[in-house]
Design a protein. Structure first.
Ligand code: AHR
Length: 330
């Protein structure tokens, strides 16, 4: 027993020494683990920071609560971290705490969901998806696909399953969804509600829609997890997903590719979670004394579906998911 205690003590001391020796402490305030996308995002950033010599990651999972994120940011300040990576569960309510980060002179790197106070705070770099364009592509894919199968003039009922209310991804994708609906007069909005970006809530919402709405022809789900939950509900109701109801997701996670290849989902719009390499590059540049621009950098993202070849506009032509499924990293 004594030997074991001595061993544990030695290990604790080695770990403490290693931590004290880290050249840079990089803190990451993550919003939670609501989706496959989020897991891939956490993994990408953890692997990139922890795999870098001399860097230590201080990670906090806020469990979808803004108050937890605010507490985590203040803890990071108290711990004297060198850099903070931040994505906000919702867009509003960050100005005070982010100004506190600024006052301490800790460089802030914004990833994924941007706060609405970007023009009032200092930040060193910003990387995130183009949510409005992703939402536009979802509806454009549906409109163009219907044209391609001779249904461009048919009145088609559309349900929009939104993400977490107030999140940048929900606000932007809804704006893009609704703007694109105006380009396709045959698309008629019959339902619009939140599934909170989770599979379980996507399933529950679809169950309730199938009971209360006569006919849904197209489901626009603002992430793949909700689309996958909806597929379970559609099957349970005795309908055929991908045929009776056309399903367009967002994120392009591996499980959505599997569903598309199985014929149960029609398309997914890419939103990459793989920000680890972006963040490492940014921090290395900042350490080297470079300044990065204020511009929000969007990664290049694609559109994937059953057969490929649907032109969604803005240079986005869909690629057949089965052709690239083996290359998916998340
Ligand atoms: O902010 C990105 C979104 O958040 C992803 O689309 C979604 O899956 C996640 O939960």
């Amino acid at each position: 027993m004594k030997k074991l205690l001595a061993l544990v003590l030695a290990l604790v001391m080695v770990l403490a020494a290693a931590s004290a020796l880290a050249d840079y402490k990089i803190a990451f305030s993550q919003i939670g683990q609501e989706s496959d996308w989020r897991t891939a995002n956490t993994d990408s950033i953890k692997a990139a920071i922890e795999g870098h010599e001399g860097w230590e990651l201080i990670y906090d999972d806020a469990q979808q609560k803004q108050e937890n994120q605010i507490k985590a940011l203040r803890n990071f300040i108290t711990q004297g971290v060198d850099y903070i990576l931040f994505t906000g569960v919702v867009e509003t309510g960050w100005e005070e705490v982010l100004k506190e980060v600024n006052d301490e002179g800790i460089p802030l790197i914004l990833i994924d969901r941007m706060p609405d106070c970007m023009d009032k705070i200092d930040y060193a770099a910003a990387f995130g998806g183009d949510f409005v364009e992703e939402g536009r592509r979802q509806v454009a894919w549906a409109g163009e696909y219907l044209k391609s199968v001779g249904r461009g003039e048919e009145e088609v009922n559309v349900a929009i399953m939104e993400g977490t209310t107030g999140a940048g991804a929900q606000v932007g994708r809804t704006e893009g969804n609704l703007a694109a609906m105006a380009d396709y007069p045959n698309l008629k909005l019959v339902a619009q509600n939140t599934g909170n970006f989770t599979r379980a809530e996507g399933q529950a919402l679809m169950e309730s829609w199938l009971k209360s709405i006569d006919k849904i022809d197209v489901l626009i789900a603002q992430n793949d997890d909700m689309a996958l939950g909806a597929i379970d509900a559609i099957k349970a109701a005795g309908k055929v997903p991908g045929k009776d109801i056309i399903i367009v997701g967002c994120d392009s996670v591996k499980a959505a590719f599997d569903a598309i290849v199985a014929g149960e989902m029609n398309a997914t719009i890419e939103c990459t979670p793989l920000y680890g390499p972006f963040v490492v590059d940014a921090i290395e540049k900042l350490i080297a004394g470079e300044t990065l621009g204020k511009e929000l950098i969007h990664p290049v993202e694609g559109v994937y579906d059953m057969d490929g070849g649907i032109d969604c506009g803005n240079g986005a032509v869909s690629v057949k998911a089965a052709d690239v499924i083996n290359e998916r990293q998340y």
